[in-house]
Design a protein around this ligand. Structure first.
Ligand SMILES: Cc1cc2nc3c(=O)[nH]c(=O)nc-3n(C[C@H](O)[C@H](O)[C@H](O)COP(=O)(O)O)c2cc1C
Length: 346
Protein backbone atom coordinates (compact mmCIF):
# COMPACT_ATOMS: atom_id res chain seq x y z
CA UNK A 1 0.00 0.00 0.00
CA UNK A 2 1.48 3.38 -0.97
CA UNK A 3 1.25 6.59 1.09
CA UNK A 4 -1.92 7.89 -0.60
CA UNK A 5 -3.74 4.56 -0.19
CA UNK A 6 -2.69 4.41 3.45
CA UNK A 7 -3.96 7.93 4.04
CA UNK A 8 -7.34 7.16 2.39
CA UNK A 9 -7.76 4.10 4.58
CA UNK A 10 -6.80 5.98 7.73
CA UNK A 11 -9.32 8.76 6.98
CA UNK A 12 -12.20 6.29 6.78
CA UNK A 13 -11.04 4.20 9.75
CA UNK A 14 -10.60 7.28 11.95
CA UNK A 15 -13.89 8.87 10.81
CA UNK A 16 -15.77 5.70 11.72
CA UNK A 17 -13.94 4.65 14.90
CA UNK A 18 -13.03 7.92 16.64
CA UNK A 19 -15.11 10.90 17.64
CA UNK A 20 -14.33 13.43 14.92
CA UNK A 21 -17.48 15.48 15.25
CA UNK A 22 -17.45 19.24 15.60
CA UNK A 23 -18.10 20.49 19.10
CA UNK A 24 -21.59 21.67 18.11
CA UNK A 25 -24.10 20.86 15.38
CA UNK A 26 -25.76 24.07 14.22
CA UNK A 27 -28.71 22.37 12.53
CA UNK A 28 -30.04 22.13 16.11
CA UNK A 29 -30.42 25.91 15.99
CA UNK A 30 -32.75 25.71 13.00
CA UNK A 31 -36.35 24.70 13.69
CA UNK A 32 -39.11 24.07 11.22
CA UNK A 33 -42.35 25.66 12.39
CA UNK A 34 -44.95 23.01 13.10
CA UNK A 35 -48.11 23.26 11.05
CA UNK A 36 -50.93 21.79 13.13
CA UNK A 37 -53.24 21.93 10.10
CA UNK A 38 -51.12 20.72 7.18
CA UNK A 39 -54.16 20.17 4.88
CA UNK A 40 -52.27 17.62 2.76
CA UNK A 41 -52.13 13.82 2.72
CA UNK A 42 -48.80 12.28 3.63
CA UNK A 43 -49.09 9.60 0.93
CA UNK A 44 -49.39 12.28 -1.75
CA UNK A 45 -46.13 14.03 -0.86
CA UNK A 46 -43.67 14.16 -3.75
CA UNK A 47 -39.98 14.12 -2.75
CA UNK A 48 -38.65 14.20 -6.30
CA UNK A 49 -36.49 16.98 -7.61
CA UNK A 50 -34.40 17.86 -10.63
CA UNK A 51 -30.74 18.60 -9.93
CA UNK A 52 -28.26 19.37 -12.72
CA UNK A 53 -30.85 18.11 -15.21
CA UNK A 54 -31.12 14.72 -13.46
CA UNK A 55 -34.32 13.46 -11.88
CA UNK A 56 -33.85 12.39 -8.25
CA UNK A 57 -36.54 10.68 -6.16
CA UNK A 58 -35.43 12.58 -3.04
CA UNK A 59 -33.44 15.82 -2.57
CA UNK A 60 -30.46 13.91 -1.20
CA UNK A 61 -26.87 13.35 -2.32
CA UNK A 62 -24.41 10.99 -0.64
CA UNK A 63 -21.35 13.27 -0.42
CA UNK A 64 -18.04 12.14 -1.94
CA UNK A 65 -15.82 10.31 0.53
CA UNK A 66 -13.93 7.34 -0.64
CA UNK A 67 -12.12 5.22 -3.20
CA UNK A 68 -8.37 5.02 -3.67
CA UNK A 69 -7.70 2.01 -1.45
CA UNK A 70 -8.92 -1.57 -1.61
CA UNK A 71 -11.74 -1.52 1.01
CA UNK A 72 -12.94 1.80 -0.45
CA UNK A 73 -14.30 -0.13 -3.44
CA UNK A 74 -16.73 -2.07 -1.23
CA UNK A 75 -17.91 1.13 0.46
CA UNK A 76 -18.48 2.85 -2.90
CA UNK A 77 -20.31 -0.24 -4.14
CA UNK A 78 -22.67 -0.20 -1.15
CA UNK A 79 -23.28 3.54 -1.48
CA UNK A 80 -23.94 3.16 -5.22
CA UNK A 81 -26.46 0.37 -4.55
CA UNK A 82 -28.24 2.64 -2.08
CA UNK A 83 -28.19 5.57 -4.55
CA UNK A 84 -29.57 3.31 -7.29
CA UNK A 85 -32.33 1.95 -5.05
CA UNK A 86 -33.44 5.32 -3.69
CA UNK A 87 -32.80 7.21 -6.96
CA UNK A 88 -30.56 9.80 -5.28
CA UNK A 89 -27.19 11.33 -6.18
CA UNK A 90 -23.75 10.22 -5.04
CA UNK A 91 -20.20 11.48 -5.18
CA UNK A 92 -16.93 9.59 -4.90
CA UNK A 93 -13.90 10.76 -2.92
CA UNK A 94 -10.96 12.57 -4.49
CA UNK A 95 -9.84 10.52 -7.51
CA UNK A 96 -6.25 11.67 -7.31
CA UNK A 97 -4.99 8.27 -6.14
CA UNK A 98 -6.36 6.59 -9.27
CA UNK A 99 -4.50 9.14 -11.39
CA UNK A 100 -1.31 8.19 -9.56
CA UNK A 101 -1.99 4.44 -9.62
CA UNK A 102 -4.11 2.89 -12.42
CA UNK A 103 -4.72 -0.22 -10.29
CA UNK A 104 -7.00 1.77 -8.03
CA UNK A 105 -9.38 2.92 -10.78
CA UNK A 106 -11.89 0.18 -10.00
CA UNK A 107 -12.31 1.45 -6.42
CA UNK A 108 -14.15 4.41 -8.02
CA UNK A 109 -15.43 2.99 -11.31
CA UNK A 110 -17.43 0.35 -9.43
CA UNK A 111 -20.20 2.98 -9.23
CA UNK A 112 -20.65 2.68 -13.03
CA UNK A 113 -22.06 -0.79 -12.50
CA UNK A 114 -25.15 0.74 -10.89
CA UNK A 115 -27.87 2.93 -12.29
CA UNK A 116 -27.08 5.93 -10.09
CA UNK A 117 -29.11 8.90 -11.40
CA UNK A 118 -26.44 11.52 -10.57
CA UNK A 119 -22.74 10.66 -10.25
CA UNK A 120 -20.23 13.28 -9.09
CA UNK A 121 -16.50 13.07 -9.87
CA UNK A 122 -14.12 14.66 -7.35
CA UNK A 123 -10.67 16.24 -7.32
CA UNK A 124 -9.00 18.62 -4.88
CA UNK A 125 -8.25 22.25 -5.65
CA UNK A 126 -4.75 21.81 -4.11
CA UNK A 127 -4.05 19.28 -6.88
CA UNK A 128 -5.48 21.12 -9.87
CA UNK A 129 -3.44 24.26 -9.17
CA UNK A 130 -0.25 22.25 -9.57
CA UNK A 131 -1.04 20.95 -13.07
CA UNK A 132 -0.40 22.85 -16.30
CA UNK A 133 -3.37 23.21 -18.68
CA UNK A 134 -2.51 20.11 -20.71
CA UNK A 135 -2.15 17.81 -17.68
CA UNK A 136 -5.19 19.37 -16.06
CA UNK A 137 -7.35 18.71 -19.13
CA UNK A 138 -6.11 15.11 -19.45
CA UNK A 139 -6.60 14.34 -15.76
CA UNK A 140 -10.08 15.83 -15.60
CA UNK A 141 -11.09 13.82 -18.70
CA UNK A 142 -9.79 10.68 -16.98
CA UNK A 143 -11.68 11.18 -13.72
CA UNK A 144 -14.94 12.02 -15.53
CA UNK A 145 -14.66 8.88 -17.68
CA UNK A 146 -13.67 6.78 -14.67
CA UNK A 147 -17.16 7.01 -13.16
CA UNK A 148 -19.14 8.28 -16.16
CA UNK A 149 -19.73 11.43 -14.16
CA UNK A 150 -22.69 13.78 -14.65
CA UNK A 151 -21.07 16.50 -12.56
CA UNK A 152 -17.50 17.40 -11.55
CA UNK A 153 -16.77 18.59 -8.01
CA UNK A 154 -13.66 20.59 -7.21
CA UNK A 155 -13.12 20.24 -3.49
CA UNK A 156 -11.71 22.95 -1.29
CA UNK A 157 -10.01 21.25 1.65
CA UNK A 158 -7.35 23.68 2.79
CA UNK A 159 -8.16 23.15 6.48
CA UNK A 160 -7.24 19.50 6.07
CA UNK A 161 -4.09 20.29 4.08
CA UNK A 162 -2.89 22.69 6.79
CA UNK A 163 -3.01 19.94 9.40
CA UNK A 164 -1.56 17.11 7.29
CA UNK A 165 2.17 16.58 7.71
CA UNK A 166 2.19 15.88 3.94
CA UNK A 167 -0.36 18.66 3.24
CA UNK A 168 -0.36 20.65 0.00
CA UNK A 169 -0.95 24.26 0.88
CA UNK A 170 -0.68 25.95 -2.52
CA UNK A 171 -3.89 27.91 -2.90
CA UNK A 172 -2.73 30.52 -5.40
CA UNK A 173 -4.34 30.02 -8.80
CA UNK A 174 -7.48 28.08 -7.76
CA UNK A 175 -9.88 30.62 -9.26
CA UNK A 176 -7.99 30.69 -12.58
CA UNK A 177 -7.88 26.87 -12.71
CA UNK A 178 -11.64 26.61 -12.03
CA UNK A 179 -12.29 29.31 -14.64
CA UNK A 180 -10.21 27.36 -17.16
CA UNK A 181 -12.15 24.14 -16.45
CA UNK A 182 -15.54 25.82 -16.85
CA UNK A 183 -14.46 27.01 -20.30
CA UNK A 184 -12.83 23.74 -21.35
CA UNK A 185 -15.52 21.27 -20.19
CA UNK A 186 -19.27 21.06 -20.83
CA UNK A 187 -19.95 19.05 -17.70
CA UNK A 188 -21.57 21.01 -14.82
CA UNK A 189 -18.88 21.98 -12.30
CA UNK A 190 -19.55 22.42 -8.60
CA UNK A 191 -17.27 23.84 -5.94
CA UNK A 192 -17.42 21.91 -2.72
CA UNK A 193 -16.07 22.57 0.77
CA UNK A 194 -15.37 19.67 3.07
CA UNK A 195 -16.56 20.81 6.48
CA UNK A 196 -15.27 24.36 6.97
CA UNK A 197 -17.96 26.12 4.91
CA UNK A 198 -18.12 28.73 2.16
CA UNK A 199 -18.63 32.39 3.09
CA UNK A 200 -20.73 34.93 1.22
CA UNK A 201 -17.62 36.68 -0.09
CA UNK A 202 -16.11 33.45 -1.44
CA UNK A 203 -19.48 32.56 -3.02
CA UNK A 204 -19.53 35.99 -4.66
CA UNK A 205 -16.14 35.31 -6.27
CA UNK A 206 -17.27 31.84 -7.36
CA UNK A 207 -20.53 33.12 -8.81
CA UNK A 208 -18.55 35.23 -11.30
CA UNK A 209 -17.30 31.98 -12.83
CA UNK A 210 -19.42 29.74 -15.03
CA UNK A 211 -20.01 27.15 -12.31
CA UNK A 212 -23.20 25.08 -11.98
CA UNK A 213 -23.31 24.70 -8.22
CA UNK A 214 -21.84 25.15 -4.76
CA UNK A 215 -21.77 22.50 -2.04
CA UNK A 216 -21.32 24.57 1.10
CA UNK A 217 -19.72 21.74 3.16
CA UNK A 218 -20.21 23.73 6.34
CA UNK A 219 -18.88 23.30 9.86
CA UNK A 220 -20.84 21.30 12.42
CA UNK A 221 -20.38 17.69 11.34
CA UNK A 222 -17.20 15.84 10.45
CA UNK A 223 -14.12 17.86 11.39
CA UNK A 224 -11.21 17.15 9.08
CA UNK A 225 -8.92 18.86 11.58
CA UNK A 226 -10.04 16.18 14.04
CA UNK A 227 -9.35 13.35 11.56
CA UNK A 228 -5.86 14.74 10.91
CA UNK A 229 -5.33 15.18 14.67
CA UNK A 230 -5.69 11.40 15.09
CA UNK A 231 -3.41 10.72 12.12
CA UNK A 232 -0.77 13.06 13.50
CA UNK A 233 -1.02 11.29 16.85
CA UNK A 234 -0.47 7.92 15.13
CA UNK A 235 2.58 9.37 13.36
CA UNK A 236 3.98 10.90 16.58
CA UNK A 237 3.87 14.27 14.90
CA UNK A 238 3.45 16.58 17.94
CA UNK A 239 3.15 19.78 15.88
CA UNK A 240 0.33 18.55 13.63
CA UNK A 241 -1.37 16.92 16.61
CA UNK A 242 -1.35 20.35 18.24
CA UNK A 243 -2.64 22.04 15.05
CA UNK A 244 -5.42 19.46 14.72
CA UNK A 245 -6.58 20.13 18.26
CA UNK A 246 -6.39 23.91 17.87
CA UNK A 247 -8.35 23.97 14.58
CA UNK A 248 -10.79 21.14 15.46
CA UNK A 249 -13.70 23.60 15.52
CA UNK A 250 -12.63 25.88 12.69
CA UNK A 251 -15.18 26.85 10.09
CA UNK A 252 -18.45 28.56 9.21
CA UNK A 253 -21.49 26.86 10.77
CA UNK A 254 -23.32 25.07 7.95
CA UNK A 255 -26.66 26.93 8.21
CA UNK A 256 -24.82 30.29 8.40
CA UNK A 257 -22.72 29.38 5.35
CA UNK A 258 -25.87 28.31 3.51
CA UNK A 259 -27.67 31.58 4.20
CA UNK A 260 -24.61 33.69 3.28
CA UNK A 261 -24.17 31.82 0.00
CA UNK A 262 -27.88 32.04 -0.89
CA UNK A 263 -27.77 35.76 -0.39
CA UNK A 264 -25.14 36.34 -3.07
CA UNK A 265 -25.60 33.68 -5.76
CA UNK A 266 -28.19 33.82 -8.51
CA UNK A 267 -31.00 31.28 -9.00
CA UNK A 268 -29.10 29.50 -11.77
CA UNK A 269 -26.55 28.11 -9.31
CA UNK A 270 -27.60 24.88 -7.58
CA UNK A 271 -26.90 24.88 -3.85
CA UNK A 272 -26.14 21.68 -1.97
CA UNK A 273 -26.25 22.01 1.83
CA UNK A 274 -23.91 19.67 3.66
CA UNK A 275 -21.87 19.44 6.82
CA UNK A 276 -23.45 17.85 9.85
CA UNK A 277 -26.64 16.62 8.16
CA UNK A 278 -27.42 13.65 10.43
CA UNK A 279 -30.89 12.69 9.29
CA UNK A 280 -33.82 13.60 7.06
CA UNK A 281 -35.00 16.31 9.44
CA UNK A 282 -31.66 18.15 9.13
CA UNK A 283 -31.95 17.74 5.35
CA UNK A 284 -35.49 19.19 5.38
CA UNK A 285 -34.26 22.15 7.48
CA UNK A 286 -31.52 22.85 4.93
CA UNK A 287 -34.03 22.82 2.07
CA UNK A 288 -36.45 25.02 4.01
CA UNK A 289 -33.59 27.53 4.35
CA UNK A 290 -33.31 27.51 0.55
CA UNK A 291 -30.91 24.72 -0.48
CA UNK A 292 -31.79 22.67 -3.56
CA UNK A 293 -30.76 19.44 -1.89
CA UNK A 294 -28.80 18.11 1.09
CA UNK A 295 -25.49 16.22 1.13
CA UNK A 296 -24.78 13.52 3.70
CA UNK A 297 -21.34 12.04 4.33
CA UNK A 298 -20.49 10.54 7.75
CA UNK A 299 -23.98 9.20 8.52
CA UNK A 300 -23.94 7.13 5.31
CA UNK A 301 -20.28 6.13 5.67
CA UNK A 302 -20.87 4.74 9.14
CA UNK A 303 -23.87 2.76 7.91
CA UNK A 304 -22.02 1.51 4.80
CA UNK A 305 -19.07 0.10 6.76
CA UNK A 306 -21.63 -2.01 8.62
CA UNK A 307 -22.89 -3.45 5.35
CA UNK A 308 -25.52 -3.04 2.65
CA UNK A 309 -28.52 -3.78 4.86
CA UNK A 310 -27.57 -1.09 7.37
CA UNK A 311 -26.93 1.45 4.59
CA UNK A 312 -30.30 0.72 2.94
CA UNK A 313 -32.07 1.05 6.31
CA UNK A 314 -30.32 4.36 6.98
CA UNK A 315 -31.48 5.82 3.67
CA UNK A 316 -35.01 4.48 4.19
CA UNK A 317 -35.08 6.32 7.52
CA UNK A 318 -33.61 9.50 6.02
CA UNK A 319 -36.18 9.68 3.21
CA UNK A 320 -39.04 8.93 5.62
CA UNK A 321 -37.78 11.69 7.90
CA UNK A 322 -37.80 14.14 4.99
CA UNK A 323 -41.35 13.05 4.10
CA UNK A 324 -42.53 13.35 7.73
CA UNK A 325 -41.03 16.84 8.06
CA UNK A 326 -42.73 17.85 4.80
CA UNK A 327 -46.08 16.58 6.10
CA UNK A 328 -45.70 18.42 9.40
CA UNK A 329 -44.99 21.74 7.68
CA UNK A 330 -47.66 21.16 5.04
CA UNK A 331 -45.32 20.94 2.03
CA UNK A 332 -46.52 18.69 -0.80
CA UNK A 333 -43.33 18.96 -2.81
CA UNK A 334 -39.72 20.14 -2.56
CA UNK A 335 -40.58 23.59 -3.96
CA UNK A 336 -43.11 24.11 -1.17
CA UNK A 337 -40.62 22.84 1.43
CA UNK A 338 -38.24 25.58 0.26
CA UNK A 339 -40.71 28.19 1.46
CA UNK A 340 -41.61 26.48 4.75
CA UNK A 341 -41.45 28.64 7.86
CA UNK A 342 -38.19 28.39 9.80
CA UNK A 343 -37.17 29.65 13.24
CA UNK A 344 -33.51 30.45 13.77
CA UNK A 345 -31.70 30.37 17.11
CA UNK A 346 -28.25 31.00 15.69
C1 LIG B 1 -13.64 9.69 5.47
C2 LIG B 1 -14.03 10.90 4.71
C3 LIG B 1 -13.38 11.17 3.51
C4 LIG B 1 -13.72 12.29 2.75
N1 LIG B 1 -13.09 12.52 1.55
C5 LIG B 1 -13.51 13.55 0.78
C6 LIG B 1 -12.96 13.73 -0.52
O1 LIG B 1 -12.08 12.99 -0.97
N2 LIG B 1 -13.42 14.77 -1.29
C7 LIG B 1 -14.39 15.63 -0.81
O2 LIG B 1 -14.81 16.55 -1.53
N3 LIG B 1 -14.90 15.48 0.43
C8 LIG B 1 -14.49 14.48 1.22
N4 LIG B 1 -15.05 14.31 2.47
C9 LIG B 1 -15.94 15.37 3.01
C10 LIG B 1 -17.42 15.06 2.88
O3 LIG B 1 -17.82 14.99 1.53
C11 LIG B 1 -18.26 16.13 3.60
O4 LIG B 1 -18.09 17.37 2.96
C12 LIG B 1 -17.89 16.30 5.07
O5 LIG B 1 -17.61 15.05 5.66
C13 LIG B 1 -19.00 16.95 5.87
O6 LIG B 1 -20.17 16.16 5.85
P1 LIG B 1 -20.65 15.27 7.13
O7 LIG B 1 -20.65 16.22 8.31
O8 LIG B 1 -21.99 14.75 6.74
O9 LIG B 1 -19.64 14.18 7.32
C14 LIG B 1 -14.73 13.18 3.22
C15 LIG B 1 -15.40 12.88 4.43
C16 LIG B 1 -15.06 11.77 5.16
C17 LIG B 1 -15.81 11.50 6.44
Amino acid sequence: MNQTEKRKKEHVDIAVNENVRADYNFWDDVRLVHNALPEINMDEIDLSTNIFGRELQAPIIISGMTGGYREGKKINEILARVAEEYRIGMGVGSQRSALENENLKDTYSIVKEFDVPLKIANIGAPQIVQWDEKVLTENIEKIIDMIDADVLAICLNFLQEVIQPEGETHARGCIDAIDFLTEEFNIPIIIKETGAGISGSVAKKLSKLDIAGIDIGGYGGTSFAAIEYYRAKMMNSWLYERLGKTFWDWGIPAPVSLMEVLEVVNDGITIIASGGIRNGLDAAKAIALGADCAGIAYTMLKAAVNGLEEAMKEMEAITEEVRSAMFLVGAENVEQLKSAEVELWI
